[in-house]
Write a protein that binds this ligand. Structure first.
Ligand SMILES: [Zn+2]
Ligand SMILES: [Zn+2]
Length: 372
């Protein structure tokens, strides 16, 4: 298929010196800067053949297995091609970009943090932010030139952004192309840079920005504001600004996903007799029906009073954990009444009863461990 020896025009027993000599001769003839782009494929074939045969290990592998020994790459896309190219012709050859490079480059993204409280996370909010970023220089409008002046065509490369040089290598004289150092490849120079931005085309400034915080954001949520990041060098397009949310803890409500949890203490008598409690939720005061016979740590769920779902309709729930409190200090009259109640209920000397493992203290313990 591709006989590397044939490509280089050498015998199978050729010495390293002969291989090198043959390649040198062919490369001089076929180099793209000499023979033009038409010879490029042939030049790559030759270079690949040389790359394999000049390396004793690879040559041995090739002799044993042919080109298949190196995978299905085939001629042209040879591994190490760029390396060997650069070894012979310098890093700037071959891969060097032709044509002037634009002065403006895209700026970097920026990140700012925003502290919000639970109420803002639940309902969303609009906030005013102070950000320090690079913006387009208002004096030169990003052109980098002092007002009234203009960029001038680079006298060294005549606006091409690159220069051709004749370099001497062991292949003889070779033309190579590299970026113009006088204009850094831009093709133009700025004779009179803008004073306000030192010819950067951008200046740092503090500005105020409105950010829409949607309902449902949480600590770590990032809001992307396209084009509000850093303006690039040379007045290049701005990157994006990311606003990272940090939610401050609430004194009463704990957030788990989009649900909220709180604990309300109620006296034992209210739990037994039932009552109506008023709870100050994030949506205002709500009445909570405590049924007669409510058990310790019973949970009452108020639908749709939690955090708004991010990017979709609906809200989480608010779970009210009831904490039934047993009175600790009784006066004589109270003790008398409770004793009378106990007598009426036959509870003066209660029988020890084991509760099922799915209820009572065990399930409470399990809930605690699972972080309810
Ligand atoms: Zn300027
Ligand atoms: Zn130049």
């Amino acid at each position: 298929m591709n006989d590397y020896y044939e490509i280089l025009g050498v015998a199978r027993q050729a010495s390293q010196e002969e291989i090198k000599k043959a390649y040198r001769k062919l490369a001089r003839k076929l180099h793209p800067d000499v023979a033009g782009p038409d010879a490029q494929d042939q030049f790559k074939d030759v270079t690949r053949a040389y790359e394999v045969l000049s390396n004793p290990e690879k040559r041995q592998m090739y002799d044993l297995g042919g080109e298949q020994a190196f995978g299905a790459g085939g001629a042209g896309a040879g591994f190490g091609f760029q390396d060997i190219f650069e070894t012979f012709f310098g890093a700037a050859a071959g891969g060097a970009a032709r044509g002037p490079v634009p002065r403006g480059r895209r700026g970097q993204d920026a990140l700012v943090r925003l502290d919000i409280d639970l109420h803002e996370a639940v309902f969303g909010t609009t906030r005013e932010l102070q950000v320090d970023t690079a913006v387009v220089c208002p004096t030169c409008n990003g052109t980098c030139c002092r007002p009234g002046t203009h960029p001038e065509t680079c006298a060294v490369c005549h606006g091409r952004g690159s220069v051709q040089r004749v370099t001497r290598s062991f292949l003889g004289q070779v033309m190579s192309t590299s970026a113009c150092t006088a204009c850094q490849g831009h093709g133009t120079i700025i004779p009179d840079p803008c004073q306000d931005c030192s010819g950067e085309g951008r200046v740092r400034t503090r500005r105020s920005l409105r950010v829409e915080v949607p309902a449902g954001v949480d600590s770590g949520t990032r809001i992307r504001m396209a084009g509000q990041g850093e303006v690039g060098p040379g007045g290049g397009p701005a990157g994006d600004l990311y606003v990272e949310i940090r939610e401050k803890p609430h004194p009463a409500f704990v957030r788990r996903g989009d649900d909220l949890h709180c604990t309300m203490a109620i006296p034992m008598t209210s739990a037994a007799l039932g009552t109506v409690l008023e709870l100050d939720t994030l949506d205002g005061v709500r009445e909570i029906d405590v049924e007669p016979g409510t058990q310790p740590e019973q949970v009452i769920t108020l639908r749709d009073l939690g955090v708004g779902h991010l990017n979709r309709a609906g809200r989480g729930d608010l779970h009210v954990h009831l904490d039934v409190q047993t009175p600790t200090r009784l006066d004589d009259r109270q003790r008398e009444l409770l004793a009378e109640l106990a007598a009426l209920r036959g509870e003066e000397q209660p029988e020890p009863r084991l509760a099922a493992s799915g209820s009572g203290v065990f399930s409470k313990l399990r809930d605690k461990l699972s972080g309810r």
